[in-house]
Ligand binder design. Structure first.
Ligand SMILES: Nc1nc2c(ncn2[C@@H]2O[C@H](COP(=O)(O)OP(=O)(O)OP(=O)(O)O)[C@@H](O)[C@H]2O)c(=O)[nH]1
Ligand SMILES: [Ca+2]
Length: 502
């Protein structure tokens, strides 16, 4: 009888073992199936596209971006696919013939049609953002600015894209979206999540305005200069200011306006190389609100003669910056509040063009070295400069002024010093995408930057394979152990049974 009880116990244990094994195997199989289904969901390369037209004061650029649809809310996935530089001046120059403004975009829009697959045209959003040139035109003649934008809109509507309209971007948005672009392309929002990592400030020098944007290391005193963003689960309080009229072209006009004119209509310009001369038509030249017609001239044409005097050039350029009053704890110039600059900066557009010309866009170049290079160029006679540098004559002739202007804006204006100069990185592109406000603008308009962190993704291919292999091995081992133990119990039972029979 005891043996019979032993036999019942062992068969009960065997049944339990079989049930446990079966349940475990079912669980393992269920897990494997779930993981396999999640992991192998069909993921065709679903490319999406977006177009932004940067209608600047001096020229228009078209940028085509692309991203994978399923990754649109991740940081750093949108990349520039293509870009096209519109021939001719900025759209605001067409104020007297607004139809031409739209037509000027034709070649680039056609190029965009060729670059983006036909089946994607209808769902590709197109944005046009106009900056300081249109801000100036609006301040002079708002109905003309409106007509111009409407003409441009009508033209873009004739294309098969999903056009979202033409807008004049505010100076604050221009600064903020430039900051977002730079930090997005540098991957700073991602790194920020992993630990303490500062964002990079943005310095943009255009033709008609310039922007400075950064996250200060203290409170922002002036609400007008403060912007709040919540990106990927983190709050950013940034300082931004856009100086209308302080773009490179308008600043040159303000500077020329401050130079005296002789009785015969000659202007001696220390910021043009010696031997350089040009005539300017007064009524065509002093047209913007930045430079109302100067009271001192009765001449229709002025003869501007370069004297190439770097020292005098510097003194005259300083005069367009008013440092006399500040109603805040600290200011940049013209009484504008600005917290002290700290951390790293990306300097784009004309900051880059000018520093590149002087070969001073490299890291570790000191402020003194830049000053020396600018002085050297300013004292180069015009004929020699033309032989040495094979670039557009307009840019070459303005580079002595531009060099001084960039230095004075950054040092006297924004208060960078010899020791903080190396925190500025002069840049054009970041990993193949142009550094400008357009990408940040598109990310914002398409809600592609979430306020909160995106939910974690299903595991990577490597982790998936590891899980599959580990689970398979475990289930194999477990089954083998069970079968082996089951066999041993069966043998023992058989032996007991045989003994009972004997
Ligand atoms: N030296 C030099 N200057 C350039 C070059 N390309 C453009 N510029 C000038 O640099 C300045 C800034 O150019 P952009 O950034 O395109 O200016 P923008 O966007 O038209 O002007 P905003 O509306 O004020 O932003 C303008 O004065 C241009 O004429 C270049 O290759 N070399
Ligand atoms: Ca610009």
């Amino acid at each position: 009888m005891p043996e019979a009880r032993g036999g019942t116990k062992s068969s009960h244990w065997r049944r339990c073992l079989v049930v446990i094994t079966a349940v475990l195997l079912l669980v393992v199989i269920a897990v494997l199936v779930i993981v396999a289904v999640r992991q192998n969901r069909p993921t065709p390369p679903n490319l999406k596209f977006g177009i932004v037209l940067d209608a600047g004061s001096s020229h228009t650029g078209l940028f085509i971006y692309q991203w994978l649809a399923e990754k649109m809310n991740d940081t750093g996935v949108v990349r520039q696919r293509d870009s096209c530089s519109v021939k001719g001046p900025g759209i605001s120059s067409y104020w007297a013939d607004v139809e031409q403004a739209g037509l000027s975009l034709r070649d680039c829009l056609n190029e965009a049609k060729r670059s983006i697959p036909v089946e994607q045209h209808r769902e590709t959003p197109v944005f046009l953002g106009a900056t300081a040139g249109m801000r100036l035109l609006r301040s002079q003649n708002s109905s003309q600015a409106e007509k111009l934008l409407q003409a441009v809109e009508a033209f873009i509507h004739s294309y098969p894209f999903d056009f979202q309209g033409a807008q004049i971007v505010t100076g604050a948005d221009e600064g903020a979206f430039g900051w977002i672009t730079i930090n997005y392309l540098m991957g700073n929002f991602l790194q920020d999540m992993a630990g303490p990592h500062e964002t990079v400030g943005a310095l943009d020098l255009g033709g008609a305005s310039t922007q400075i944007t950064f996250v200060p290391d203290g409170e922002i005193e002036s609400l007008d200069n403060s912007m709040h963003f919540r990106l990927y689960g983190k709050n950013y309080e940034m300082y931004t200011h856009s100086y209308l009229c302080y773009g490179k072209d308008q600043a040159l006009k303000m500077f020329l306006q401050k130079l005296g004119v002789s009785a015969n209509g000659t202007v001696f310009n220390p910021c043009f190389n010696e031997g350089y001369e040009k005539s300017i038509n007064v009524s065509n030249f002093f047209t913007s609100p930045c430079t109302p017609m100067p009271p001192w001239t009765t001449h229709q044409t002025l003869r501007v003669i370069g004297t190439g005097n770097s020292h005098q050039c510097r003194d005259h350029v300083r005069q367009i910056f008013n440092q006399s009053s500040c109603a805040w704890n600290q200011c940049s110039f013209n009484g504008v509040y600005q917290p002290h600059v700290w951390g790293k900066y990306g300097a784009i557009s004309a900051f880059y063009f000018v520093m590149k010309f002087f070969n001073m866009d490299k890291e570790k170049v000191s402020l003194d070295e830049v000053k020396v290079a600018v002085d050297k160029f300013c004292s180069t006679p015009w004929d020699q400069a033309k032989n040495e540098y094979k670039i557009k004559e307009k840019y070459l002739s303005e580079n002595c002024f531009s060099g001084h202007y960039v230095l004075i804006l950054l040092v006297d204006g924004y208060n960078f010093t010899s020791s903080t100069w190396n925190n500025i990185q002069f840049m054009k592109k970041i990993g193949g995408s142009d550094a400008g406000w357009t990408l940040g603008y598109m990310l914002n308009r398409t809600n592609m930057i979430p306020a909160e962190l995106p939910r974690p993704k299903p595991m990577s291919k490597a982790s998936y394979l590891s899980v599959m292999i580990i689970f398979s091995l475990l289930s194999f081992c477990w089954s083998s152990v069970c079968l082996y133990s089951g066999g041993r119990f069966a043998d023992r039972d058989r032996r007991i049974w045989r003994r009972d029979l004997i």
